[in-house]
Every structure is written in C-alpha cells, then in structure tokens.
Design a protein around this ligand. Structure first.
Ligand code: IFM
Length: 440
C-alpha cells in the first residue's frame, strides 16, 4: 500500500541566493571568500549555479521532477546595493524568476535573509548593530510590496542559530568572531529582526503566512547513563534548538546571560520551518570551555554522510516534528532536509526514510504542510566550498554541466505518487529498487 500525503502537500526543493545565483559581489560572504584560509580548498562561490542568468533551466528540471513548490531566497545586497537605493533591474529579475516558478506550477516560498548581509550593513556592524533590525524590516516590507502578488509564503531569517554559532562563536562564517558577549548581542538582534520582518510583511500582505527556518538537531548524550553527558546534551539542545523558538512563542528569553524579555517577538510565527539534517551525540568535556564543555559527534557505527557532515538519522526528523508541534502548536514545513553525498550512495534511501518520517509525523497529527529537499543541484556550501555535494543533480561549476543522480529519479517517483509509492515501502537495502529506475 502506498503512503499518501494530503493533496495540497508541497513537494519542493530549497536553495539560497548566494549559493546558486553567482557573482553576488556586494555582500559579506563574497568579501569573506576572498580572505585566505576562510573557505576550504580556497574555493569561491564565483558563478555558483548561474541562476542570476539562467535559473529557468533549473526550474524546468524541477517541473520535470514533478515538484509543486520551491523555496529560494532573495539577495538583499542586489535589491538594496546601497542604503536606501533600490536596484530596479534586480526587482525585475526576481519578479521574472518568481513568475517563472508560478508558470511551471511551482509555488514559491521566499526567504528574506539567508546568511548574507549587504556590505553596507556588514560594515556598520551587521547583527551587532541594533539598526539592522529596522533595516531588515524595511527590506521585508519592500519585498512584500514588490513580490506579494506572487508570494504567499515567507521565511524571515534562515537558521539564526547557525548565524550565531558559526559567525559569532566559532568564527567560521562572517564576521568570523569568537566571542560569547558579541554573540548574545547578535542573537537579540536576529530575533528582533525576525519580528520586524514578520510584522512588515503582514502590514503589506495581511493574508501572507510568515515563519522562520530553524536548524534543529537532536542532541543525545554520548553515554546514556553519564550525568555530565546528559546535562551538557540538554544544555546544548536548549541553546541551539529551543531557546530561539521559545522566545518567538513566549517573548521570554533564557539566554546565555540569564532571563529577559524580547517582547516584540511574541506570536510572530505563522508556521515553523524545520531544517533537519542530523543529530549529535554529546560528550561532557570539562577541559573544553571553548566547546561549551561538550564535544559533538555521531553515534559510533552509524552511517555518516560525506566528510563527516553528520549521522544519517531519519528518526530525528520525526522527533523534531513532534516536539515542535507539542511545544508551539503551529503548522510546520520541512524547509530543508538533505545530505552531502557526491556518489549518491545514501541519498535514495535517505529520501525515502525521511519522507517516511514526515508520514509518521502526519499520522501522529502533526500538521506538516510541505517537504523541501536541500537541494536541487550541487551548490556553494559556504565554508566548505564545493567540497560537499547536496544536489539531486550533480554540477560541474566550471562548465555548468549537470547530471541527474539516481536520487532525482527517486524523488520524481515520490512526487508523482504524491507520497511514498508501494515499491519504496519495506525495502531498506542500500541498493533498493531505485537502481532499476530509468532515466527521464
Ligand atoms: O547549505 C546549507 C544551507 O544554506 C543552510 N542549511 C544547511 C545547508 C547544508 O549545510
């Protein structure tokens, strides 16, 4: 028996502007890429997937797969290259792209901030500057005015927890800082900026649905019986996963520097976007204050995606979907889910098992409205450059040649069945039935 999903369920892929458009020279990430040693193997985003010139070729691929949705982001530094100056050509290009999606039967979900800041914002302190809150609000308002006739689903900020952790605690994303006090300042502004963007979109477009895309990873003790492991795993999970959404739900802050209020955040989630990739086992490490006393790794013996990116753990998706619903009672989208797997060794089975996890959450009563696979095509993976390949389609960034991985065909089957076809149920062999799936 096939596993069917609701008829209106969104089957999509997800991308972000800087990772696919190419030549986004006017933001903090482009500047960061030029600094020696910041990006693995000295890679740069360069032309990326060439979407600024020709996203439409990949929109055709989405339509061929049978998707009905796509999540993308708009690049703030293109739309407002200098404070207050609008670039009309960029507004027109984004309208053309959004229309292109609609014409192919693909409903867009648009992210307003996905890791990159215009250089003019970054140079004035980025997320540490309280003015960035209002600036993101204005960007959101204008986007709703320009694109609101084409877009009903908006994501304010992508993975604010990753911005804080990698940008301000580990120094691996811009601005390359390792300083908890500066991190706390950035966190407050990220949360307030979400609220400002939420309200700005709603003022222009009252019926829009606006949420956040949050990276959620279960954190379990490395040794179940070890008190130190249990304590540090729960502390890290609370900080990385739940504190953010709790503030947006209740307005109460239980951050690194004690309790407080971020009152304007209350009630600013029409939905929760879940970006789910992996889980961590956490081991108490009193000698590692730089790692907040906990070392993270996969479960010993579990399958791990390319270059140690993370443990493959579909059950984690069921867990986070259930917990989000139990805590916040808001509809949920899986706004990202995927893995780096250049050889497509795990991805076919990964897809089936993670879509199966969504089916289980649905049958438990969690209102999951869509699943967006990260990603359609290999793209620029931030500090890891082109070393990690997340695409259903492979890409040679030099020639722009693409090829369908077997998992593209698996996803096409899922989209055609609007759920898991019977042939995919029950089989958990790594080889699976997908080897026999023919080319498009
Ligand atoms: O590529 C990133 C994306 O930009 C944010 N979420 C995780 C993805 C894979 O690491």
């Amino acid at each position: 028996m096939a596993q069917r999903f609701p008829a209106e369920f969104r089957w999509g892929t997800a991308t972000s502007a800087h990772q696919v458009e190419g030549c986004n020279r006017n933001n903090d990430w482009w500047a960061f890429e030029q600094l020696p040693g910041r990006i693995r193997s000295g890679h740069r985003s360069g032309r990326a997937c060439d979407w600024w010139r020709n996203a439409e070729a990949d929109f055709d691929r989405m339509a061929e797969l049978g998707l009905n949705a796509h999540r993308l982001s708009v690049e703030w530094s293109r739309l407002e290259p200098e404070p207050g100056r609008v670039d009309e050509a960029s507004v027109r290009r984004y309208r053309q792209m959004l229309q292109g999606l609609r014409e192919r039967g693909l409903e867009p979900m648009v992210t307003l901030h996905h890791f990159t800041l215009p250089l003019w914002v970054a140079r004035q302190g980025g997320w540490e500057n309280p003015k960035t809150v209002a600036w993101l609000g204005s960007h959101a308002r204008r986007c709703a005015e320009w694109f609101g006739d084409l877009v009903d689903l908006w994501v304010t900020v992508n993975e604010p927890n990753v911005v804080a952790a990698l940008g301000y605690l580990q120094g691996r994303h811009p601005p390359g800082v390792r300083n908890p006090v500066r991190a706390v300042r950035a966190i407050r502004h990220l949360l307030r900026a979400h609220a400002a963007a939420y309200r700005a979109v709603h003022e222009v477009q009252p019926a829009a649905r606006v949420g956040i895309a949050h990276n959620l990873r279960p954190m379990d003790p490395a040794r179940a019986e070890h008190r130190g492991d249990r304590w540090v795993a729960s502390w890290h999970a609370n900080w990385f996963n739940w504190m953010w959404l709790d503030v947006l739900h209740t307005g109460a802050w239980h951050g690194l520097l004690g309790p407080g209020q971020v009152a304007e955040c209350v009630g600013t989630l029409d939905f929760v976007g879940v970006n789910y990739y992996t889980r961590d086992r956490v081991r108490f490490a009193p000698w590692a204050p730089h790692a907040a006393f906990g070392l993270h790794g996969p479960t010993p013996g579990a399958p791990v995606s390319d270059q140690g990116y993370g443990e493959i753990y579909p059950e984690g998706l069921v867990r986070v979907l259930r917990e989000v619903w139990a805590r916040y009672r808001r509809p949920v989208f899986v706004t990202e889910n995927g893995l780096p797997d250049a050889a497509d060794r795990w991805r076919p089975r990964f897809l089936v098992e993670h879509v199966g996890a969504v089916a289980r959450a649905l049958s438990d009563g969690v209102p999951v409205l869509g699943y967006y696979h990260w990603s359609l095509v290999d793209n620029f993976e931030w500090q890891d450059g082109w070393n990690l390949r997340f695409g259903l389609f492979g890409l040679d960034p030099d020639t722009q040649r693409r090829w369908a991985r077997p998992s593209a065909r698996v996803y096409a089957r899922i989209c055609a069945a609007r759920g898991l076809p019977a042939e995919f149920l029950g089989g958990t062999d790594r080889e699976g039935p997908w080897d026999s799936i023919e080319d498009f």
